[in-house]
Design a binder for this molecule. Structure first.
Ligand code: HXC
Length: 261
């Protein structure tokens, strides 16, 4: 397969769909995949018509089975470090894109694949998906951000169990822990992921964007600072036409279409 096809990009209904496209290798993350993904994220960030991103995997078996183990097995420690640094940069890019990014998990999300999904703001998974960090089972390490993000998403104790044993979880278990937002039938994954995004895009755009930022920035602050940041952002949101119109329509019992101003 020509290398240009290993990650796909298309825009539909204001959403950029990014698809990892190495189904024969369960969408394993090679250097080339991560490099292409990185430039597609740049495209999604700078394209003003793109309001949200959905990342998924080709085929029905895997979102991504993680870092390319065939590469890891023959790489030098420095090359492994470079791959991990590239993946961490990509995951940080996903997390700080400034637009809602949803992982549509179409099967296995393991190791580096789960780390990519953990960097997304929201996760929708098919019922047959299996998620986990099996790195320790092959003598590797969750070095794409898993030891950082999983504890923040599901708590230290639960994350430690999965990271230390390498056990996998079902989509339902992941949902019970709050790691996955919605579990859906396999043939409804794209529809449900898109519906979730469109539900968000139907809300007041500045309020959504400030909420996104308050969640993201707030998690890196103390609780008190984070709550005060929320108060500041509320003040900013109150300067928008949508805030005036939205609160007025509540009072007057009318419906509101937001302008984004
Ligand atoms: C490279 C992979 C791969 C991977 C699967 N394949 N996972 N290639 N890297 N991570 C390839 C297989 O070699 C095989 O190719 C093809 O995909 C189909 O996979 P099978 O194993 O035959 O499928 P199946 O028997 O159904 O088992 C599915 C599976 C298993 C349970 C998901 O593939 C598996 O355990 N994969 C590895 C999962 C893992 O350990 N991930 C963590 C990676 S480390 P061939 O050519 O043989 O047909 C990681 C660390 C991040 O992510 C940080 C590092 C710095």
């Amino acid at each position: 397969m020509p290398s240009k096809d290993i990650v796909l990009f298309r825009v539909k209904s204001r959403i950029a769909w990014i698809t990892l496209n190495r189904p024969e290798a369960l969408n394993a993350l090679s250097k080339e995949v991560l490099q292409q993904l990185s430039s597609m994220l740049d495209k999604a960030k700078t394209d003003a018509t793109v309001k949200a991103v959905i990342i998924t995997g080709a085929g029905d078996k895997a979102f991504s089975a993680g870092a390319d183990i065939k590469y890891l097995n023959q790489a030098t420690p420095l090359e492994v470090r470079e791959l991990a640094q590239l993946a961490v940069t990509v995951n940080n890019k996903i997390e700080t894109l400034g637009k809602v990014v949803v992982a549509a998990i179409n099967g296995y999300a393991l190791g580096g694949g789960l780390e990519m999904a953990e960097a997304c703001m929201l996760r929708v998974a098919v019922r047959h998906a299996r998620l986990g960090h099996p790195e320790v089972r092959i003598g590797a390490f969750a070095g794409f951000g898993g030891t950082t993000r999983l504890p923040r998403l599901i708590g230290k104790g639960r994350a430690a169990e999965y990271l230390l044993t390498g056990n996998l979880m079902s989509a339902e278990e992941a949902q019970q822990m709050g790691l996955v937002n919605r579990v859906v039938a396999a043939d409804k994954l794209h529809q449900e992921a898109e519906a979730l995004v469109l539900e968000i895009l139907a809300q007041a755009p500045v309020a959504v964007s400030m909420t996104w930022e308050a969640i993201h920035r707030g998690l890196n602050l103390t609780l008190e600072e984070s709550a005060l940041l929320g108060a500041d952002y509320f003040g900013l949101v109150a300067s928008t036409e949508d805030f005036r119109a939205g609160t007025k329509s509540f009072v007057e019992k009318t419906s509101q279409v937001f302008s984004g101003k």
